[in-house]
Design a protein around this ligand. Sequence first.
Ligand code: 5GP
Length: 184
Amino acid sequence: MEKGKFIVISGPSGVGKGTICNKLINELNAWYSVSTTTRSPREGEVDGVNYYFISKEEFEKKIKDGEFLEYNVYNNNYYGTSKKIVLDKMKQGVNVFSEIDVNGAHNIKKIFPDALLIYIAPPSMEVLRERLIRRGTESEEKINQRLEIAKKELKEVDFYDFVVVNDDLETATNEVRNIILKEI
Ligand code: 5GP
């Protein structure tokens, strides 16, 4: 029986969920589940820290070997959550933070019905576009694709336990912290 709680933080790229997670993980003594992906690293991303970056073939072998708790295809790349380490951490009573998409959140809720699902939403699509342009890690085409995915995702956020709008980073972080402290 798992004693730790699985905490899902979702939201479109550029919304600030990574920054919010980083701020809260140490504070809440939680563990961050590093996902595995087939997408290329962005500038500054480190293998084993942001993601485990592997090839499509390696990813498909891991699917076959049952190594993922859940996985999904997002913008033509695979993303997945490692099964063994997450289950081990939860059995030890450690709360697990995971940044996954809406699809992954649905799957996690089926596996752990008492998982806490939090969606970080942008104040508007225009603000999100500006943030992605400012971040400068994606081409205009990729930014447009991500904004389209974000629009679709935002229509599906009703099943999340909480939706937090990140207008101001500190306010949003405080809101997420308060939710987690109340729920764990
Ligand atoms: P990005 O390429 O911006 O890092 O991530 C793209 C999307 O994939 C984001 O919505 C992110 O939360 C999601 N994602 C990252 N890791 C996982 C994972 O392990 N499983 C699923 N289902 N989605 C993930």
